[in-house]
Design a protein around this ligand. Structure first.
Ligand code: RIB
Ligand code: CA
Length: 313
């Protein structure tokens, strides 16, 4: 089967970086058409720079990287330097990028690509706030029906929020954008904290990357070491949830995951629950089942896939 054409929309972020590496290491499964950066973990100036640094670490300065929206649709930007460090990619020292940032705006790249490629042939993989995606859909309503699928990292239900008691970071940063995407009618596969919190970077799993003995393996282990210091303190157990690579792993080995088709709607009114992904898990309403909401993962299989693929870079 031909590799799936994808665009990764991202706010690197150490876990975003590992997701990008997994995609670049899997050409038989995914063809990465481009990377669109969005403000999230850190401001846009850093997320677009970090995306280029990751591409160059993988020896892929040919991948076009675009800068997108620098703030949410309607709310002030909330960032997460306390999790990801001042640069957003703290941990292993990496050289500044030399590859150019594309001139075009990320939203224009999303619109132009979806109009150019055959309908139903491009999958969007947003792993940060959904501002770019929602802006593209608002500016060009014709493109939403042309999207094959959106496979996103975001939300939480049984696992509750990591940014407020009710909301996960990506959705919390831009609830209006998330609402637009969840109402868009596009086929949605959602990797919420319910599943990503089961993908923990234990010391044994991190050592497997370091033992690859490659610059990419070392960088990956270094990111995980840095990323873990905050989450292990917060959650009181070894390891940190490796959120974003779950989206790419789904495209490569969907059998690693299980979930349920349910209705998911976004809270956009109450400040108390702003950005909550309200999943009708037990089907108590007749609201449309708009999302495949993941709940479980074969974590050993996930990390085996990650290690095997990243060893290729
Ligand atoms: O809540 C986790 C999500 O927020 C991940 O995508 C992480 O990179 C941050 O963007
Ligand atoms: Ca992210």
């Amino acid at each position: 089967m031909a590799p799936r054409k994808i665009i990764i929309d991202t706010d690197p972020g150490q876990d975003d970086a590992v997701a990008i590496l997994l995609a670049l290491a899997s050409p038989e499964d995914v063809e990465l058409l481009g990377i669109t950066a969005v403000a999230g973990n850190v401001p846009l100036a850093l997320t677009q720079k970090n995306a280029r640094m990751v591409c160059e670490l993988a020896g892929r300065s040919d991948v076009p990287v675009f800068a997108g929206c620098d703030r949410p649709l309607a709310r002030p930007l909330v960032t997460a330097e306390h999790v990801h460090g001042k640069t957003g990619l703290d941990g292993p020292p990496l050289p500044d990028p030399t590859m150019p940032l594309q001139d075009a705006h990320a939203v224009d790249f999303l619109i132009d690509t979806l109009r150019r490629e055959p309908a139903g042939s491009v999958t969007l993989c947003p792993i940060g706030p959904l501002t770019n995606i929602a802006t593209a859909f608002a500016r060009a309503p014709d493109i939403a029906p042309r999207v094959a699928e959106i496979v996103l990292m975001g939300g939480a239900y049984f696992e509750v929020g990591n940014t407020t008691p009710a909301a996960e970071f990506n959705i919390h940063v831009d609830p209006q954008a998330a609402d637009a995407v969840f109402r868009s009618g596009v086929k949605l596969t959602v990797m919420p904290l319910d599943v990503t919190h089961k993908a923990l970077t234990t010391h044994k799993r991190v050592a497997a990357f370091r033992n690859l003995g490659t610059p990419v393996g070392e960088a990956t282990a270094g990111w995980m070491d840095f990323f873990e210091r905050y989450d292990s303190e917060k959650y009181g157990h070894e390891g940190a949830p490796l959120h974003d690579p779950c989206t790419i792993a789904w495209l490569i080995r969907p059998e690693l995951f299980s979930g349920r088709h349910v209705n998911v709607e976004i809270e956009t009114h109450s400040e108390l629950t702003m950005g909550m992904t309200v999943a009708d898990w037990w089907g108590v309403t007749d609201r449309p089942k708009n999302a495949l909401f993941m709940g479980d993962i074969d974590a050993d299989g996930f990390f085996a896939l990650l290690t095997e693929r990243i060893a290729r870079l």
